[in-house]
Write a protein that binds this ligand. Structure first.
Ligand code: PMP
Length: 459
């Protein structure tokens, strides 16, 4: 497949795309970042907005000073921007958190306050953030996978039936951070609601890449709870989001307690604020919210559908190229019809995942992710590890943990970058024995800049 314009029209909008990094041989090259599923670089618009707003920065909800009022108004306005972005219902609250992990922990805590012995269905493809917080508070069961590693809707339905109305929540990812598969969330929501349960969607890998619509309460396909992170959508500065019906948070004691969450407190009694304030004890992260809503504004203007289709071209091209390299095993299938986000995981015969990641970085400045991507059970299942094998790794302090290599694209990545990656990977595959010997142990990366200090340009 030949592209006439192998660049990205979005590239100039993102900071750090021309940053130079050192290679093992001491030369400097422009960094290639294929680790956007972990975190994305900031949009230039976000950096500009933060810098421009900084002189007006003051504490939120804690003062009558002019700046404080401006900041408080902007912070509250942020909730409306987020609500509109995902079409949340008016009866939902938008709670600002630190990230998706914190959002899910808060939700688990809030729902667990309901005394009944109830079931949460998580799935075999979740990030640990959407698995571990449920375990100590509910009976947790896992929806199984199909042979290709997708979610089995049959398994979901049979579990909903088997638990006979005891399922309180189905907690499922919008898109997998391992295979890139997008789940048919609205179809799942319909099924879940038929059985009287609610659905929580982990939007960490979904919301940044495609347009998401929670749909109104009266739709059977409505998403009840949604969480996502600003830092995965070009807005660092530490803001996450949790959205859900106000009533969920109204009658529970919040996990974090302190100033800002309360009306009047005596040593005998606490008067709680209404949600969302009740769920945001402590000084709010106003700059984080500003970063998030600026990113939302920029991504919406660019149009998430256009971003999605550009990123589809990237991932299709990468998967096409990867499939021709001898020794590569891909851990998600591409049948042309399935929905996915722009990431894929693979292994290369003869080399450990950490060696592949190390070589890509040291030889060409390409950053990928390797390991289990905080989705341990999913990767264990994709690798078909037995219980004994998992136990072995858990009980031996062995550095060679199992895992995969993942490439994940953002809107600023280009076909040209993928070509550089594919060319090097083909070379590594051909000479894997040489590299296995050379990188026989995991080397400490050479991060020293020596005396070659460069101005790292951004924007
Ligand atoms: N869910 C998924 C699917 C993820 O990929 C991640 C981040 N890797 C998280 C949850 C957790 O996000 P955060 O680290 O921002 O809390």
């Amino acid at each position: 497949m030949i592209y006439r314009n192998p660049g990205s029209c979005f590239r100039n909008l993102v900071a750090g795309t021309e940053t130079k990094v050192p290679l093992a041989n001491g030369k400097y090259v422009t960094a290639i970042n294929f680790d956007n599923a972990a975190t994305t670089p900031p949009l230039c618009s976000v950096l500009r907005e933060i810098a421009q707003f900084a002189p007006m920065y003051a504490s939120v909800h804690r003062g009558k000073g002019y700046k404080s009022i401006v900041c408080s108004d902007l912070y509250e306005h942020g909730r409306e921007v987020v609500r509109e972005f995902v079409n949340a219902d008016k009866r939902d609250v938008v709670i600002f958190t630190k990230n998706t992990t914190e959002s899910i922990n808060m939700l688990a805590y809030a729902l667990a306050a309901d005394e009944k012995e109830q079931v949460v269905l998580s799935t075999d493809m979740e990030h640990l953030a959407n698995d571990m917080p449920w375990r100590d508070k509910f009976t947790v069961d896992y929806i199984a996978l199909t042979r290709s590693g997708r979610l089995s809707l049959k398994s979901l339905e049979s579990k909903l039936q088997a638990y006979e109305g005891k399922v309180k929540l189905v907690a499922v990812t919008g898109a997998s951070n391992v295979t890139g598969y997008i789940n048919p969330i609205h179809e799942i929501a319909r099924l879940v609601h038929t059985y009287g349960a609610r659905i929580f969607v982990d939007g960490a890998q979904w919301v940044p890449h495609t347009s998401v619509n929670m749909r109104p309460y009266d739709s059977a396909e409505h998403i009840d709870y949604l969480a996502f992170s600003g830092h995965k959508m070009y807005a660092p500065f530490g803001t996450g989001v949790l959205i859900g019906p106000k009533e969920t948070f109204a009658n529970t004691i919040p996990v974090y307690q302190g100033g800002g969450a309360v009306g009047l407190v005596s040593q005998q009694a606490i008067e709680w604020e209404a949600p969302p304030a009740k769920c945001e004890a402590g000084t709010p992260n106003m700059m984080g919210v500003l970063a998030l809503i600026t990113a939302i504004d920029t991504l919406s203007k660019l149009n998430l559908d256009d971003i999605h289709s550009y990123e589809q071209k990237l991932i299709d091209y990468a998967i096409g190229g990867l499939s021709t390299i001898p020794g590569i095993t891909l851990y998600s299938i591409r049948d042309g019809t399935e929905e996915r986000v722009s990431l894929v995981s693979f292994s290369l015969e003869g080399l450990h995942h950490s060696q592949v990641a190390e070589i890509l970085s040291r030889k060409a400045g390409i950053a990928v992710r390797n390991g289990l991507f905080c989705a341990h059970p999913y990767v264990e299942k994709l690798l078909r590890l037995s219980d004994e094998e998992i136990k072995y790794y858990q009980t031996h302090d062995d550095k060679s943990l199992p895992g995969l290599v993942r490439i994940s694209f953002g809107l600023y990545n280009t076909i040209r970058e993928i070509d550089i990656f594919l060319e090097l990977l083909t070379h590594i595959a051909r000479h894997h024995q040489f590299y296995a010997h050379k990188y026989g142990y995991v080397l400490e990366p050479n991060r020293s800049n020596g005396d070659k200090k460069e101005e790292y340009p951004y924007c």
